[in-house]
Write a new protein. Structure first.
Ligand code: NAD
Ligand code: TYD
Length: 337
C-alpha cells in the first residue's frame, strides 16, 4: 500500500512517518512537503535512504504535482498546514492559501484519482474557547466557532473535507486533536520554546495572566489514534483526540518545566497577551475510545519529563532552528521582553 503524507517534515507529520514506517515496513511512504520554516528534513534522517520512503519537495497548492503524486497513492494522510496561531495573527494569508486552497487541491485530486481513504488532521481550535470554570468539553457534536485566523482556516478545511464526502462520496475521515507535544516540535510553540529558552539560560514568555488552559496530547498517542482511524474509522466520521491533562494552565506547565530543569521562577516573564487568546480547550475523546478502543497511554508529567530530556539530548537539532531567521521572528513576537 502507498500512503501519501502531506507535511511529513513538520512536527506531527515526521513523528507519524517514523511511527508508520516502523509499524508497517511493507508500505510505501511518499512525503510531500514544501519545507517552509516549519519543515525540517533532519527529522526524517533515520529513514531518508529507505527504499520505501520518497520525499518530494513541493506545495500542496500545486495541482500538477499533487495530481502526479496522487496517482500512486492508495491513501492520503493530510498534515500540511500553517500551524502557528501567533503567525496567523500577523500574516493570515499563507494560512488561507495552504490550509484552505491547498486542502481543496488535495480533495479534487483525491476524488479524481479515486483514493481509498483521505484522512484530514485538524484541531480542537475550530470549536472556539471555553470559560475557565466551564466543566464541559469539546466533542464531535460541538458547533464550530473559530476565533483566530488559524482556527478559521482549519475550520474551513474541515468543512471542505466533509463536503467532498457528502457531495461526491470521497471516503474521508477527520481527527480534531488537542495541543500536541513531544520530540521534533518547532521551538515557536509553548513547550519547546520554554524548554529551549531555559536550556539557553533565557527568560520564558508567558502570555497574559498565564491561566489559559490547553488539553495536552503526546504526539505518539496522536499517531496511534490516526493509525486506528485510518484502519478502522468509519468513513465520513470525525473523531476528537485529546490527552490526559485536566485543566492544566500554561503557567502550571511552565512551572513544571522549571522544576524538571532545576530552575527557579525568576525565569518567568509575563508578556502582553495574544489578541483574541482562547481561554480554554478541553477535549472529550470518548467516541474514539468507545468505537475504536483508543486512549492516551501515559501520565502527562512522565511524558513532559521525557520530552524535556529529548530537547536536552538534541541540542544540535533545535540550536540550528533557533538561527537568525528565528531570532528575527522572536524579536518581533516578543518585543516587550
Ligand atoms: P508544523 O507547522 O510543525 O508542520 C507543518 C508542515 O507542513 C511543515 O513541514 C511544512 O513545511 C509543511 N507545509 C506547510 N505549508 C505547506 C504547503 N503549502 N505544501 C506542502 N507542505 C507544507 O505543524 P504540526 O504541528 O506538525 O501540525 C500538523 C497538522 O496538525 C496541521 O494540520 C495542524 O493544523 C494540526 N494540528 C497540530 C496541533 C499541534 O499541537 N501541533 C494540534 C492540532 C492540530
Ligand atoms: P501554542 O503552543 O502557540 O499553541 P496554541 O496557541 O495552538 O494553543 O500556545 C499554547 C498556549 O501557550 C497558548 O495559550 C498560548 C500560550 N503561550 C505563551 O503563554 N507564551 C508563548 O510564548 C507561547 C508561544 C504560547
Amino acid at each position: 500500500m502507498t500512503i501519501l503524507v502531506t507535511g511529513g517534515s513538520g512536527f506531527i507529520g515526521s513523528n507519524f512517518i517514523l511511527y508508520w514506517m516502523k509499524k508497517y515496513p511493507a508500505d510505501e511512504v511518499i512525503n510531500l512537503d514544501k519545507l517552509t520554516y516549519a519543515g525540517n528534513p533532519e527529522n526524517l534522517k533515520s529513514v531518508e535512504n529507505e527504499k520505501n520512503y520518497k520525499f518530494v519537495r513541493g506545495d500542496i497548492c500545486n495541482r500538477e504535482l499533487v495530481d502526479k503524486l496522487m496517482k500512486d497513492a492508495d491513501i492520503v494522510c493530510h498534515f500540511a498546514a500553517e500551524s502557528h496561531v501567533d503567525r496567523s495573527i500577523k500574516k493570515p494569508s499563507a494560512f488561507m492559501e495552504t490550509n484552505i486552497i491547498g486542502t481543496h487541491v488535495l480533495l479534487e485530486s483525491a476524488l479524481k484519482n479515486k483514493v481509498k481513504k483521505f484522512h484530514h488532521i485538524s484541531t480542537d481550535e475550530v470549536f472556539g474557547s471555553l470559560e475557565l470554570d466551564d466543566k464541559s468539553k469539546f466533542s464531535e457534536e460541538t458547533a464550530y466557532n473559530p476565533r483566530s485566523p488559524y482556527a478559521a482556516s482549519k475550520a474551513a478545511s474541515d468543512h471542505l473535507v466533509r463536503t467532498y464526502f457528502h457531495t461526491y462520496g470521497l471516503p474521508i475521515t477527520i481527527t480534531n486533536c488537542s495541543n500536541n507535544f513531544g520530540p521534533f516540535q518547532y521551538p515557536e510553540k509553548l513547550i519547546p520554546l520554554v524548554v529551549t529558552n531555559l536550556l539557553e539560560g533565557k527568560k520564558v514568555p508567558v502570555y497574559g495572566d498565564g491561566q489559559n488552559i490547553r488539553d495536552w496530547l503526546y504526539v505518539e498517542d496522536h499517531c496511534k489514534a490516526i493509525d486506528l482511524v485510518l484502519h478502522e474509522g468509519q468513513i465520513g466520521e470525525t473523531y476528537c483526540v485529546g490527552g490526559l491533562t485536566c485543566d492544566m494552565s500554561n503557567l502550571g506547565i511552565v512551572k513544571k518545566i522549571l522544576r524538571i530543569l532545576g530552575k527557579d521562577e525568576s525565569f518567568i516573564t509575563f508578556v502582553k497577551d495574544r489578541p483574541g487568546h482562547d481561554r480554554k480547550y478541553a477535549v472529550d475523546w470518548s467516541k474514539i475510545k468507545n468505537e475504536l478502543g483508543w486512549e492516551p497511554v501515559a501520565d502527562f508529567d512522565i511524558l513532559l519529563e521525557k520530552t524535556v530530556n529529548w530537547y536536552q539530548k538534541n541540542e544540535d537539532w533545535w540550536k540550528r532552528l533557533k538561527s537568525e531567521t528565528f531570532q528575527k521572528y522572536y524579536k518581533e513576537q516578543y518585543s516587550d521582553i
